[in-house]
Unconditional design. Structure first.
Length: 128
């Protein structure tokens, strides 16, 4: 018996839980040079165009902040971003409200940062 399947043809967006959707959309838009493309407070939802991709953010009641690197409150996801200058990108992220993660695996090959809602993201240097 043959089963017909329809291939996935498009990624519409990546959606991230947040304590404040509008704030986190603005953080990632400012971090990456993107733009906030929608803010819908009545739905607890915001959207941003980040590096040519759609990222959605949804405000979640009783949001549980991830705690890097522990798994009591898992990281849920993390984003790796390629940057030309890790130190400058880290300074920029900090100016927007990020913090440097206390634990830095990788022996300095990348910088782990924490966004305003506790999600880790990595700043990765240029490819060799």
């Amino acid at each position: 018996m043959t089963t017909s399947t329809t291939p996935i043809t498009e990624l519409i967006a990546f959606t991230i839980d947040s304590s404040d959707a509008a704030r986190l959309a603005k953080f990632y838009a400012d971090l990456t040079g993107g733009e906030v493309t929608g803010d819908y407070p009545e739905y607890g939802y915001a959207a941003a165009s980040i590096l040519g991709s759609a990222f959605n953010f949804q405000t979640v009641a009783d949001y549980a902040r991830p705690q890097w690197p522990g798994q009591e409150h898992p990281q849920q996801f993390h984003i790796d971003l390629r940057v030309t200058d890790v130190a400058a990108a880290a300074d920029h992220a900090i100016s927007l409200g990020a913090t440097v993660a206390g634990e830095q695996p990788g022996g300095g090959a990348w910088q782990v940062m924490i966004d305003p809602d506790g999600h880790p993201f990595c700043l990765c240097p240029p490819k060799d």
